[in-house]
Design a protein around this ligand. Structure first.
Ligand code: NOJ
Length: 871
């Protein structure tokens, strides 16, 4: 529901006059985090974007021939554990549409065999390598297709990483909207080039795990986000994803501004479907579906896994707020038929858009068992059995991509006396369970819900089984015959090192999804905080007390505090290897022994103390009542905050050393398209291509149980016992949500294309910089472009914001490469909360563009209109 408040009403009333002359002071007046989510109805229909025209035309033809039961079937999952995938829809087999398999996840096909466990998003972000981002997307898509997954549930860009302890930040690409947006778009393009449908998630504000979900009497928290922050931070990567043509979007469990995301009309109808012009379909997160009609009217298109509406939301008996209830709401006229037609058209159009009508495989695996045969519907009491796992090997040569990502993400944080790279005959003593295998066996804990052995990924639905693993221990042993291993987290007191011995100490920090608690951490890192697990700090300090040279290797989901040991003289080197996925061992030795130089950069800030963050980004725990989580820090998360508060972190965002050094020279800023107006050129009206269907309510008989139908208990069907009675019950008593209307909203001025007004994506400046390898070893450099917007925009804006990046090829000593990075109008704009549009400084006047190796290491500056200089 979307209750409105007097405050919001007043603000909306202010809109028309303010629009005429937006001034700085008015522009900030709607920056308030306490608003209630306003109503936004009706749902904008899909079918007006030219890139989707053919798919919509085909969908229109097909949906025109569908019965009510077939339509409802495609919108509602068949129930939890009622098929091989995390969730599956019903089918419209008569018309050639099979059940659609929706399955995790963002780093590989979850819970199956012979599939690659790629490094997760955070590691991909640390590569700052666009080619690898795309290549991994292709690999993910190929594997999804090979297993028969229609919709692969990733990438994840929400959480954005507002809360450093947040459990699922590692599934996304880093704590910056542009980094997330670029990586998400490339992942989606890669995935969908194979025919798999990507599902970007979780829309929106899912920034902590604890109390994320309404379950068993607890209510999901409300992320209370002001309009500008929503646009400039949290919605930003979703806009990039829609621009990339993403086929589906998963809404999150939490509320936004006190309205649950699964029925938040402002979020789905307003932001996603109208402003961002999203053409695909919107699916719930699993069991996030809490209302029938309200969610339908708010713009939801698919319920997963279909169950819902039982007190406590426990999916025991096979009940759905859609399925038969959706059929009923159509027959009795509560939900307009054109809403259902749009839901189904969006789903079918997406299926056509990715070419899934052409020989797309059916699922050949089952998440429910590792055996070849098993129950087809394990959630039913009595289920028919059959072949469920065909063990199809979909890995191809994706290990090469996985290793390249894990290697090129490794971030060198310290390298005193150039102790790295190691020589092959160095005498090494290796400490820490994080260097070794899981003593209980590969994949001993389901969904990686334990921290044993080398940490390759976090836990939860964003994990995948490791098809194989070469541990750091094995990889080091393979290269060095001078290495001794102490795969324990307790430092062996008996050790007496020789002066030249080098200690390599492995430590880690884990987190994951809330349905599993690992060593006292319920998803978020509530118990261990930002400290290394398993007393990792003590292990490093003990090694530093005995060895002259210590190399620390860290595997971590996010920022880890290092203050207890980072400045100790023997701690000569620190390699942050993020979460390497299956290629943990080889990717590390590639760097340790110098076959490649480290080229990863931090996708977040590493602080000196957790108290350096704003207090508003702490995890909120509260046993009773709904948690209100006001995003009072606004735009100031991660490095934006550290800069504003003038706090020097331990390592800044974007930081990463190499075995060589790079000179940045000849920075230049070339104007491309003129930025000659504050606001983008007006959008075009929607073309007249939206499919039109008859509006007559279909015959009730279309959702009667078919004759001699063999029902499976708990399976969700679209049928009603007495459809004729449902049809007679008129809808005039239904308490429609406040603000509900069937009159289309005026086209939002910030909309007009996928991702928003196409004019926002016009390139306005092109940044170039020449990067030269100035050292003695080969290596790759990353150039990061930060923009500083002028005070003339009249709003408080973070000092520097990453907007683009590029990575060189491997450069030999002395070799140069010129990198080109484009800035769009949107990259230089702020969200004008009054005009409800993106506002840029005319001609870019006063804009400074920096290019550097981190947010704190800027090498070149260009001021629009007055040239560039080296810094
Ligand atoms: C819940 C998670 O939040 C979501 O990311 C995942 O895709 C679904 N479960 C399905 O496993």
């Amino acid at each position: 529901m979307a209750p409105s408040s007097l405050k919001w009403a007043l603000l909306c009333v202010a809109l028309p006059w303010a629009q005429a002359s937006p001034s700085a002071s008015v522009l900030q007046s709607r920056d308030e985090a306490e608003a209630y989510s306003p109503p936004y109805y009706p749902t904008p229909k899909g079918g007006w974007i030219s890139d989707w025209a053919e798919a919509y035309e085909k969908a229109h033809k097909l949906v025109s021939n569908m019965t009510l039961a077939e339509k409802v079937n495609l919108t509602t999952g068949t129930g939890i554990y009622m098929g091989p995938c995390a969730g599956q829809t019903g089918s419209a087999l008569r018309l050639g549409i099979p059940q659609l398999c929706l399955h995790d996840g963002p780093l590989g096909v979850r819970n199956t065999d012979h599939a690659t466990a790629f490094p997760p998003g955070i590691t991909v972000g640390a590569t700052f390598d666009k080619e690898l981002m795309h290549r991994r997307g292709v690999g993910l898509g190929e594997e999804a297709r090979g297993k028969g997954v229609n919709v692969l549930l990733g990438p994840s860009v929400g959480p954005l990483g507002r809360k450093p302890r947040g459990g699922r930040n590692w599934e996304g690409f880093g704590m910056d909207p542009s980094l997330q947006g670029v990586a998400s778009a490339l992942t989606i393009q890669g995935m969908q080039s194979t025919g798999a449908i990507a599902c970007v998630k979780h829309l929106i504000g899912n920034e902590q795990e604890v109390h994320r979900m309404s379950l068993l009497g607890t209510q999901a928290y409300s992320s209370n986000i002001d309009d500008r922050t929503l646009h400039e931070l949290y919605l930003w990567p979703f806009a990039d994803s829609v621009k990339a043509g993403v086929g589906s979007v998963m809404i999150s469990y939490n509320d936004v501004n006190r309205s649950s995301c699964s029925q938040n009309s402002k979020v789905i109808n307003g932001l996603l479907k109208d402003e961002l012009g999203f053409q695909g379909f919107v699916v719930t997160d699993w069991l996030a579906h809490i209302s029938g009609v309200s969610s339908t009217l708010a713009g939801l298109d698919m319920s997963m896994p279909g169950d819902g509406g039982i007190p406590g939301n426990i999916p025991l008996l096979g009940h759905s707020v859609w399925g038969p209830e959706l059929s009923r709401s159509i027959l009795n006229g509560t939900v307009p038929l054109d809403r259902l037609n749009d839901m189904v058209t969006r789903i079918v159009a997406t299926w056509y858009q990715m070419g899934q009508d052409q020989d797309y495989p059916l699922p050949n695996f089952s998440v429910n068992t590792e055996d070849a045969e098993g129950p087809l519907y394990p959630g039913a009491l009595f289920s028919p059995t059959g072949v469920v796992n065909q063990f199809v090997d979909v890995q191809s040569d994706h290990n090469v991509t996985a290793r390249a990502i894990a290697r090129d993400a490794i971030t060198l944080l310290k390298n005193q006396d150039n102790i790295l790279p190691l020589r092959r005959n160095d005498s090494l003593k290796v400490f820490g369970s994080d260097a070794g295998p899981d003593p209980d066996g590969l994949n001993s804990c389901s969904d990686k819900g334990c921290n044993k052995g080398v940490l390759t990924m976090g836990w939860g639905s964003g994990s995948a089984r490791l098809p194989s693993l070469v541990t750091p221990q094995e990889a080091i042993a393979n290269i060095s015959s001078h290495a001794e291993f102490f795969i324990t987290d307790k430092f062996p007191s008996s050790i007496t090192p020789n002066p030249n011995d080098i200690a390599i100490v492995f430590i880690n920090s884990d987190s994951g999804e809330n349905y599993i608690t690992v060593e006292g951490n319920p998803g978020d890192r509530t118990k261990d905080g930002l400290y290394a697990w398993h007393k990792g700090d003590d292990l490093v300090k003990a090694a530093a007390a005995k060895f002259h040279s210590v190399v620390v290797v860290l595997h971590a989901v996010g920022p880890v505090l290092m203050e207890e040991w980072i400045d100790l003289a023997p701690v000569k080197a620190v390699l942050h290897a993020h979460l390497p996925g299956q290629e943990a061992g080889w990717s590390l030795t590639d760097i340790l022994f110098g076959d490649s130089s480290p080229s990863g950069h931090l996708p977040y800030t590493i602080p000196r103390s957790e108290s350096d963050y704003p207090s508003s980004v702490a995890i909120i725990q509260q046993p009773f009542g709904q948690i209100q989580d006001p995003f009072t820090e606004g735009l100031y998360i991660d490095y934006r905050h550290f800069q504003k508060a003038n706090i020097t972190p331990r390592f800044p965002f974007g930081f990463g050393l190499s075995y060589t050094t790079f000179n940045f020279s000849r920075p230049s800023l070339v104007p491309i398209n003129p930025l000659d107006s504050e606001y983008p050129a007006p959008r075009s009206p929607k073309p007249d291509t939206i499919p039109i269907y008859p509006t007559d309510i279909p015959p009730a008989a279309e959702v009667a149980w078919p004759k001699h139908f063999n029902r499976i208990w708990r399976y969700l069907y679209p049928y009603l016992d007495n459809p004729a009675a449902a049809a007679k019950n008129s809808s005039n008593t239904y308490p429609y949500p406040e603000g509900y209307s069937t009159t289309p909203q005026p086209d939002p001025r910030a909309g007009g294309g996928e991702g928003g007004n196409p004019a926002l994506w016009e390139v306005v400046f092109s940044v170039q910089v020449q990067v030269t390898n100035a050292g003695a070893r080969k290596g790759r450099a990353v150039a990061q472009v930060y923009v500083e917007l002028p005070a003339s925009l009249g709003v408080d804006t973070p000092q520097l914001q990453l907007r683009q990046f590029e990575k060189t090829a491997v450069l030999a000593p002395g070799q140069s490469e010129t990198l080109t990075m484009d800035l769009t109008r949107k990259d230089l704009s702020v969200w004008d909360v009054v005009a409800q549009d993106w506002k840029a400084p005319v001609n870019g006047d006063g804009v400074n563009v920096y290019v550097g190796e981190s947010v704190a290491d800027l090498r070149g500056r260009c001021t629009v209109g007055s040239g560039c200089s080296k810094l």
